[in-house]
Design a protein around this ligand. Structure first.
Ligand code: NAP
Length: 675
């Protein structure tokens, strides 16, 4: 019986009412499911996201949303075997499935933890420090981010049906923006199952997530200036969507992750007898065969010093000869199938184009002995390695992406040539360099940086822990210029900002502090009530402060501190030498003595709600203190962030001043305070 995939629209599972497409097994070619989106009211879906999903998400703080991501990731992990079973039908091995399914959940876990550690327990995100404008400090500037009030439309490629969805969903939901996901049709059954798992987890507010398993119909016609389209797929489709009249007219944000001719370079120092040579060979083969080469980040161009071209070819062929193509569920198979017959036809077509300018040195276009599969069945192909001896006269090897286990080996003459060849791809997602020479690495990075979104430098020291050429990581950006689409995703909190608007706020410190829920210099400070160390987390409001008494710092204090700590640096102990220093007129107090005295001046020592001092941020010693000068300290609650039900982090703005009210030191003190 054929399974009909369902769309998830306006919080209900909906089957297509008209035409459907067939999803076939990549292994047997047999029908697995039918899918389609005819009959959906796309305008209503957008409206639902905007009027129900968005408001619900924006009521949650970044931390609430981060906890929600963790719950979604946990639900995926608990039911991962359901996804692995479906993943096999797309031609994926268990290892390929792991990247997609557990890699996807891992991305959500990382975004969740970054959201809780790096974003406030609030809905407004501050960008950078206060900009002073007025001379008296009554008019200041502060950049902020707020959530877009629209919907994110995620149009995804077929190759990673789970990860491809989750790597976008994490930042989007964390930003407080609802999403409509449209997966690639060939593997939409896996995405549908993952969405079902997330919906059934019961943690998403209504309208936060919708799914279209089929054409997007007139969806794009209804987009506006608060919406984002995040597209992953081929350059051809990206161009078509990017020039959509509504997207152009309404300045709809458009993030494009397209294909690219990613390169990997064997360093000029990495001869056949070095560990880097072996690592390079292993990586090229790994990238050609993982997901049967259907990875946007896969190595398409492998570049080696000309005098090692033959050695590299021999080593690659030897290793490729060990690859076992076949049904991923059969023992010993190391490379599965392409996602379907359409992909197989496309890979063969593109590989033949490359073959017009480069020599095929490993693999066959048509025949493949796939283990555990009837001859002629499924979307199998052998790895195809080309060799281009004259890469500057072969345009196609730098232009044509065969989205399968296909790569071209080529020589370079010197490092400048390698840089020029790497950049000949006209923009890529990722580039790797295998070198043990830091100077080679630096020269290379400076030469190639502006053309590539990510650069991986691999050598014997990093090999064991290296995540490899082809793995985008949630804490690092994914995307690249030019051919790669010019988009950027993930990169931790950077990815969240793609779904928020940055605004420059101007106003008085009092008003701006209230807007951003953070004490800004010049805003009122609240002295009333007990010492702030006696107040619990929820009693401590932003702006609550403490001003200490004065203390004189004596020469005896400085000498005592020097002897006690061992810090007898001349600026504290030798009058003549200190006076010769351009910063001082004579002996000065240690900065750390000032910090210690500051703590002595502001602490309220009895046990109470303050549990621990967890650090100082942004410490600056502004002006030295001479023996006999006075110091005092002012403490103000700058920001608060709940950590759990027992305690939260309180960030205090600390200013140490001298007897004449001149600033001696400033810093932010971090404490954990009990509820
Ligand atoms: P594709 O044919 O461009 O399709 C990408 C997505 O766009 C699919 O969901 C597709 O839906 C949809 N689509 C196609 N035409 C559309 C239209 N007129 N309106 C709205 N949506 C439309 O690419 P693909 O074959 O799925 O993926 C392979 C390509 O993606 C490769 O070139 C690869 O390099 C690239 N890729 C890039 C990244 C990256 O992060 N940069 C990651 C993965 C893949 P249907 O499937 O229903 O046609």
């Amino acid at each position: 019986m054929t399974t009909m995939l369902k769309n998830y629209a306006t919080d209900a599972w909906v089957e297509a009412t008209g035409g459907t497409a067939v999803i076939r097994s990549a292994i047997t070619g047999g029908e697995i499911a039918r899918t389609g989106s005819d009959g959906l009211n796309f305008a209503a879906m957008i409206n639902h996201a905007r009027t129900v999903g968005g408001p619900a998400l924006r009521k949650m703080t970044f931390h609430d949303r981060a906890w929600m991501l963790k719950a979604l990731a946990t639900a995926i992990m608990e039911r991962k075997e359901e996804l692995y079973a479906l993943s096999t039908t797309t031609g994926a091995t268990r290892k390929d499935g792991w990247i997609d399914i557990e890699g996807g959940a891992g991305t959500l876990f990382t975004m969740s933890s970054k959201g809780r550690r790096e974003l406030p327990d609030d809905v407004v995100l501050i960008d950078g420090e206060v900009e002073g404008i007025g001379r008296d400090g009554t008019f200041i500037g502060q950049h902020i981010y707020t959530s877009l009030k629209g919907v994110a439309v995620h149009i995804n490629a077929f190759n990673f049906p789970v990860w491809g969805m989750l790597e976008k969903l994490g930042p989007t939901l964390l930003a407080g923006v609802p999403a409509i996901v449209k997966p690639g049709t060939a593997t939409a059954h896996v995405t549908e199952a993952a969405v079902r798992i997330m919906v059934e987890a019961g943690v998403l507010p209504p309208g936060a997530l919708q799914l279209i398993v089929g054409s997007v119909g007139d969806l794009l016609d209804h987009l506006g200036c608060q919406d984002v389209v995040s597209f992953t797929g081929s350059a051809t489709t990206a161009m078509k969507l990017q020039t959509h009249p509504v997207i152009a007219r309404e300045s709809v944000r458009f993030i494009a992750e397209r294909d690219s001719l990613n390169a990997s370079i064997l360093g000029p120092d990495a001869g056949p007898d070095t560990p880097e040579f072996d690592l390079f060979i292993r990586e090229v083969v790994q990238e050609m065969t993982t997901k049967a080469g259907q990875k946007c980040t896969a190595i398409r161009r492998a570049m080696v010093p000309a005098h090692w071209l033959d050695a590299a070819e021999a080593a690659l062929k030897q290793r490729l000869g060990q690859v076992v193509v076949g049904d991923p569920s059969v023992e010993g198979v190391t490379m599965g199938a392409l996602a379907g017959q359409g992909q197989l036809d496309d890979v063969r077509r593109q590989a033949r184009r490359i073959g017009a300018e480069a020599r095929l040195v490993f693999g066959e276009f048509e025949t493949v002995d796939a283990r555990g599969v009837e001859p002629g069945q499924g979307a199998f192909i052998t790895p195809l390695l080309f060799r281009a001896d004259h890469p500057w006269t072969s345009a196609l090897v730098h232009d044509v992406e065969a989205f399968g286990p296909v790569a071209t080996l080529m020589p370079y003459t010197d490092l400048d040539d390698a840089i020029a060849l790497a950049n000949r791809g006209l923009g890529s997602l990722v580039l790797s360099m295998f070198t043990h020479d830091p100077q080679v690495a630096r020269e290379f990075v400076i030469g190639v940086g502006s053309f590539h979104g990510r650069i991986v430098l691999i050598d014997r020291d990093s090999a064991r822990e290296s995540t490899g050429h082809g793995s985008p990581l949630p804490m690092l950006i994914h995307g690249g210029p030019g051919r790669a689409g010019g988009g950027e995703e993930m990169g931790g909190v950077r990815g969240v900002k793609h779904y928020m608007q940055r605004t420059a706020l101007q106003g008085s410190p009092r008003v701006l502090s209230a807007v951003v829920n953070r004490w800004l210099p010049g805003a009122p400070r609240h002295h009333e009530g007990p010492h702030p160390f006696r107040l619990h987390f929820d009693e401590l409001e932003v702006g609550r402060c403490f001003d200490s008494r004065e203390r004189i710092v004596t020469l005896e204090d400085i000498e005592h501190f020097a002897e006690f700590t061992g810090d007898t640096f001349y600026a504290h102990m030798d009058e003549e030498a200190a006076a010769a220093n351009p910063f001082f007129h004579g002996r000065v107090a240690h900065g750390y003595l000032i910090l210690s005295f500051a703590a002595g001046l502001f602490v309220d020592p009895a046990p109470g709600p303050v549990l621990a001092n967890t650090g100082l941020d942004n410490l600056r010693f502004v002006k030295p203190l001479m023996p006999g000068e006075a110091m005092k300290v002012a403490l103000t609650v700058k920001a608060k962030a709940k950590r759990n039900d027992e305690y939260g982090e309180v960030r205090w703005a600390v200013q140490v001043t001298d007897g004449g009210d001149e600033t001696v030191a400033t810093y932010e003190l971090l404490t954990m305070v009990a509820f």
